[in-house]
Design a protein around this ligand. Structure first.
Ligand SMILES: C[S@@+](CC[C@H](N)C(=O)[O-])C[C@H]1O[C@@H](n2cnc3c(N)ncnc32)[C@H](O)[C@@H]1O
Length: 246
């Protein structure tokens, strides 16, 4: 297998994809020995600092209402019950809404994002911080401190995803879960090139590869929670638990 440049990443995607069903692509997958993506795959059309792009707040929703409802329903099945003692949650690439079930509360829910005004308005958060993860992918938290990490429609903006996923593995408690969700929409100029040049099934493989090559996670799984295929925005989840032995 050739693994140089964007072509290398794409040839991995072409050879790894057993079918177009997003729930199947991560099953029985033999990952290449090395991370198949290269620096070029993480380049973007807009190379200006992310702080400029996110300077003005956007109080909008980035997916349609049925897709949000599907995500909230998924969360209601997998998140710890509201007000569970000692539970900590981190929402990375967060904004003014986190899509958790209505009234959801935990002792600690931290939001990390790019715009303070957006984060300030997010009523589910107990604390927030502004940090450009492409400038500094370190997550400023102690080891083994979070039960859940969520990231909604934003994993495609990460230019150093392995660094961020390694950090996620470090700060999750053993057995803690990272839930990446995405649709087929994005800020085109800010998404990485391997994302904008591939399709939804490939995106599942790409996010799955982040979990696999970061290390410390159980094999990632994918779920298609698209509410009304063909009518509403599609919605996909790729998730994994931190291995208990990590
Ligand atoms: C499409 S919005 C999604 C916001 C929110 N997760 C939601 O579901 O509404 C993309 C988000 O990614 C975050 N983001 C983009 N680039 C980032 C970076 N370099 N570092 C940290 N966060 C970033 C921004 O804060 C922005 O709110």
């Amino acid at each position: 297998m050739t693994t140089s440049g964007a072509l290398g990443g794409k040839s991995f995607l072409a050879s790894a994809r057993p079918s177009s069903n997003v729930e199947q692509v991560l099953k029985n997958l033999e990952w290449p020995g090395q991370f198949p993506f290269k620096e070029e795959d993480f380049q973007r059309d807009d190379v200006s600092p992310d702080s400029l792009f996110y300077k003005a707040p956007r109080f909008v929703t980035h997916i349609d209402d049925p897709a949000i409802a599907a995500l909230t329903m998924f969360y209601s099945r997998v998140l710890p019950p509201s007000n569970s003692p000692g539970v900590s949650i981190l929402d990375i690439c967060s904004s003014w809404i986190s899509h958790y079930p209505a009234g959801y509360k935990q002792e600690r829910i931290v939001g990390m994002g790019m715009n303070e005004e957006e984060l300030k308005r997010n009523s589910v958060l107990t604390e927030y911080l502004v940090q450009d993860l492409n400038g500094n992918p370190e997550l400023p938290f102690e080891d083994n401190s979070f039960d859940i990490i969520t990231n909604v429609v934003s994993v495609d903006y990460l230019t150093k995803p392995l660094d961020v996923f390694k950090e996620m593995s470090r700060i999750l408690k053993p057995g803690g879960q990272a839930i990446m969700s995405f649709s087929d929409r994005c800020f085109w100029t800010k998404a990485i090139s391997i994302w904008t040049s591939t399709d939804d099934t490939d995106h599942v493989l790409i996010v799955g590869s982040y979990f696999h090559y970061a290390g410390g996670f159980e094999p990632p799984q994918a779920v298609d929670i698209s509410p009304n295929p063909g009518q509403s925005d599609p919605m996909y989840i790729v998730y994994s638990r931190k291995a208990s032995t990590a």
